[in-house]
Every structure is written in C-alpha cells, then in structure tokens.
Ligand binder design. Sequence first.
Ligand code: GLA
Length: 744
Amino acid sequence: MKITVDEKRQVFLLHTENTTYGMAVVDGRFLEHLYYGGRLEDTDIRYLLRTDEAPLVPSQNKRETGAFLDCAPMEYPETGMGDYRESALCVRSIAGHRASELAYAGYEVMEGKPKLPGLPATWGSQADCSTLKIFLKDQLLGLKVTLLYSVFAGSDAVVRSVLAENEGKEPVYIEKILSACLDMDDQDFQVMGLFGSWARERHIQRMPLGYGRQNISSFKGESSHQEHPFMALVTPETTQETGRVYAMNFVYSGNFLAQAEKNQFDSVRMLMGIHPEGFCWKLEPGAQFTAPEVVMVYSGEGLGKMTRTFHDLYRTHLIRSPYLHQKRPILINNWEATYFDFDETKLLDIAREAAELGIEMLVMDDGWFGKRSSDDSSLGDWFVNEEKLKGGLNDLVEKVKALGLKFGIWIEPEMISPDSELYRKHPDWAIQIPGRDITQSRAQYVLDLSRDEVVDGVYQMIADVLRSADISYVKWDMNRQLTTMGSYALPADRQGELFHRYMLGVYRMQERLITDFPDILLENCSGGGARFDAGMLYYSPQIWCSDDTDAIERLEIQEGTALVYPVSAMGAHVSVCPNHAVGRTTPFETRGDVALLGTFGYELDITKLSPQEKELVKEQVARYHQYNDLIREGDYYRLGSVRENGIYDSWMIVDKDKSRALLFYVQVRRRVNVKSRFVRLKGLDPEKNYAAKECCFAGESGTASEWIPADKTVYSGRALMEAGMRLASAYGDFRSRLVEFTQE
Ligand code: GLA
C-alpha cells in the first residue's frame, strides 16, 4: 500500500498490492478521475485525461465549458453547472438555487484512518493503513467537501467516503451526497448485482450495460431483500479467474443508490451512495455531514479475486466482534420448531435433546415477551410473557444452563405493535405523518429512532432483559420496511433527514449494546436477510442469511451472499423436511453440508428426529468442530454454480498456507447413464501433493463407493487444478459430498 502525490503534475495515486487508483487536478481547479486498474508505478500518466482533445479545458476554450463539464471524467461530479450525467452532489442554497462548483483546494496524507462519526466503517492502524484527503471548496456557498480515500497493507481494496462542511454564513440543503463515483471508458461492460425477494435474497444477475442509466437501489429504509448495495461492472469474458471487475459495496444499511450510466461518448459513470429519494439534509453554518463509506475493489483476475479481496478486508478491517475468529457455539433455534407455540417445558425438551447430541446453545426466538402469541401484538413490551415462561427468564436460563447449554434470545427493538403497552403510552414514538394512517406491515409500526429518548427508552428495556439472566447471544431482528416518513421531533425542513437519522439511531443502539455487553454474540437479521450488508457487519460478526432454510434454495442464496461477504458471517441452519418454505425433501447430510458453509446450527424440533437423524446430528457436530476453523478463516473458491450449469453446485475452502482444503459438491440433479465428472479445483499449491479423504456423502441409498472412484487417494495439486477431481454421479437428487484434502 502506498499513496503517491506528484505535486508538480498534480497527480494523486493510491496503490494497493495489485491495483492503482488515480486522480489529477486539471486547469488548477477541476479534480478529474485519472485511472483505476492494474498497478502502475509511474505518475506521468496525465495523457490519460485527453485534455488536448476537443472541447479542450475551460482555460483554453471557455466558450465550450459546458461541453467540457459534460464529458470530462470527474472525480466528484455536481449538479447545476453543465455535467448532465448523474451527479454525486446536489446542494440547494438558502436562495433556492441548485448548483455548486467545487474547486481543488489542497490535500493531506495521513497514516491510519479517521473514524466516521456514528457510522460503520472499515478501520486500520497507522501501521497498516493510509488515508488521502482531497479538499474541495465552493466559494459562493462556503461549502468545503473532503474526499477521503484509504488503502490497507495486503489488500486490494480502496475505501472512500465524503465529508461536507458548511464554512459559509447561511445554511445549505444537501439534496444528494453520494459516496463514490468512478468515470471511465466503456469496456463493453456488463452489470452484476444481487437481487431477490423475501426468502430468495441475493441471487446473482448479470446483464449488458446499455445506453442510459441502470440502477440498483433501495428506498425502503433498509438495504432490502429485493436489491443489494453491491454493483460490479465486468468485462464480457469475466469468469471466476479471468476478466476485469470494478466492484462497489456500501458500508451502510439504509437507502442506497448504485448506478451505472453509459453516455453519448461511450463513457461510463458508476456511482454509489445514500439514495437521494426522500433525502434532504440541512447543513447549518459550522455543521458537518459525513456520507457513509464505499468499498471499491478492482480485480484483473475475475470474480474470485474480487470475492477474496472483500472477504479478507471484512475479516481484517471491518468486523470488530471478539467472536470473529472464534468457533461460534452450535445453536438450536426454536423458530421453525414451534413458531409462537412454545412454553418453558417445550423449550427444555428441545434443550435436553440438543445437549445430548452436542449442540451448545438454545436460542429462544420470537414470542417470549408481552402477550405475544402471534405476530399481531406486543413489539415494544420487552418483558417476559409469564404465561409461557412461568418461572420467568432467569429461571429458564438457569435450567438450560444446567443442561449444559448457553442461552440466546430474539429481539426486535426497532418496532412497535399498535397493540402494545408501549404504543398506548407513547403513540408519538412511531414514525408517522400526522393526519395519515400509518401503513401497517406485519401488523407493526417502526419506532422513530431518530429521537434519543426513543433509543434510550427502548434500549433500557432491552438492557434490563439482558441483565436479568445469563444471556450469551442476541438475534436482533427487523421485520418491516419504512413508510409514512415523519418524525414529531424534526422541524419541517429537516423531515428529509429522517431515513438517515433512523439508521444513525439503529447504529447508536447497536454500538451501545455491544459496548455494554461485550461478551454477547450479536446476530443481525431482517425478515431473513433484508439487512445482510457491510454496515451491519461492523456491529455483528454474523447475519441471518434468509428465512428459506431449504438446502437447495440456499445454494443460490449463499452463492450470492458469499460473492461479497465472508462465509463466517452467513447464518445457516439445518431445518426439517419437507422444508417449511418450499416443501422439498433433501437428505439430512446435504442440509448439514450446506449449513457448514456458514455459522452452522439447527432450526427444527430435535425431539422429533429419528434415531438415524440423531446419529447424523452427532456426526455433523463433530464435522463442524473439525472444519470450522478452516471454513471460517480460509479462502473461498467457487467451482461451479447450479444457477449456470443446472446440475451441480461446488465450492472450496483452502487454508491460507494451502496445506488443507475442503471440497463441497452438491449434485442437485441426477442424470442417468453419464460418466463421472472432472471438477477442476482451485487455490491449491501445484507443487504439493494432497491426500483426499471422503468426509460425508448423502442419500438413503448412497454408499461411499458410489461417489468415490476407488482408484486414487493421493493427487498432485497441479493435476487437481489442471485436470480435475473425478466425481462419480450418485443415485438421486440433492446429494452432497464433502472431501478433505491434506498436504502429504
Ligand atoms: C423473521 C426472522 C425469523 C424469525 C421471525 C420471527 O422472519 O427472519 O428467523 O425470527 O422473524 O418472527
């Protein structure tokens, strides 16, 4: 990592291990984007700006300044002066004019990285991280904008954020402040994103980038099930190993806009930041606003390299939890086992059986508080439902502990049911527009967490619960989107701040929770995986991936999630069949293998399992203990996707010194009368030999010999990667296998 500033040429370069990001000052004032791609050492690359081509620069051709502004590669484009592509910044003056002209005003390089106040962000020390700040100023408005860029030792990521400060005498209104912009020539790009719905989160989609603007966005108040704050522009030949990839991921959990625009000159602008829809921030003289961070990754070696760059950065510079590098307790969650229909006896039955099979923690899900027996009531009433838990919470926790299990609990602190004591006492605490019905969703309203007294009031109730018993884990859920945006605490010209202030309130509350209860393992969740994003990872080392626990549906969900996020963060459980979401029956072993690529746990009524299934639970528990260190800390490689080939899914985890690896293979669809398949492995050392050991194979009528051709057990890494591992076809659909490779 290195930051190079060539003051004479006014060129700024950020170098990572294998990439360079550059910008330059043009005409003494315009900050232009210069280069992003494979690493360059040279600073003499101003020729890339093409400033000698028409329409030239304004100092040489003032009459065509508009044409210049509309085609130059801008580092931080603004509304109002002539750049008609999508802007990153739109500021309205007190007089009502929408325009700004940010001119270059200096720079600073610092070791380390400043914190972003109230926001999740990557972090680094003076030893392993450097930051470049570029100062820009609009004289008329008195607006100072600082662009911040950081690079990290050993990483190919560049992270960016933006700080706006009002140094003028009058307030200004920020109507749009995106965090990152990347202007470049088109390379026949395709846009990759993650799309879905409830129970179908983060499916990968790739489509050509045509003229016009292509958006991926959310203005639901959360990062959302439907679209995801990630965008990559890839060249057409891009595979796991080849092609150029320019990716952006937002370290934020609220509204976002990611956009790719191809314009009249076949140049492309890629942007990411807080969605301007419903956003307007009043900046008083002396006040500051920080736009959240965007992580950019360029890979010249395809998607796999991009994925591993994100995984490593998030495991070393984003997730802070002390549990990050620890084996998490294997949990059993009662949601799919009982839904709302449970009491102390039922929970203890589950705990007793779970303890015998080696499970380490019982998580009591929704329904333990207020008078909640369905999702119609009681959110906000964070005290124990003593009809269900007759002896109270501490009594239950102590009994569970006596069985040898830890105890975890579900909460949904951001919500309030219209039918709750809290709502009857504080109806104004709900987000609402006076005079309008509040839109109900799952029969609930959203609390106005922009208000400190609301954050404090709810937090106190939750903290009292957590102090009342020995609780080791919290599942923080969030089960609806935001609507009818209005806050009793904000004046009319600040109502446009509510979406973002809400997020700041959520972050404040989570920060408080992990500070006051540092030993609690926090798992975030949002109606399944609607808030699986880099922002939440700053607070919790794991996030519930999806309410769809079917092993086959999970293949696509987990593939899309692991495209960006470390597998150590993916909440994944073994559940019962026929699966509650899709009605599919899959082998118990397959369910275990798929859940192994995540935090691993169970979500079923374990008292109802057959003796054979209970034996399989014991085996899976042992396998988790054996392989979790490797899975959690290793490098992830994608070998095949059922999404693309329709038949099988396959991935690998290789440890950092390439001495050990795990191969997962799921035969989704059995085909008859076919030869065995060679699957090319990745990430191994070609010079090493590896012994292969079958760890698990799935299916009632299956035998190991069906899978493993018996003719070879030691392979060279080179042969495994160049020619492939031979995998026989097994009888039946949804059959998985797991093979361990150990250096000989
Ligand atoms: C959400 C979660 C589930 C469960 C329910 C409880 O849907 O994703 O895991 O906790 O809420 O209401």
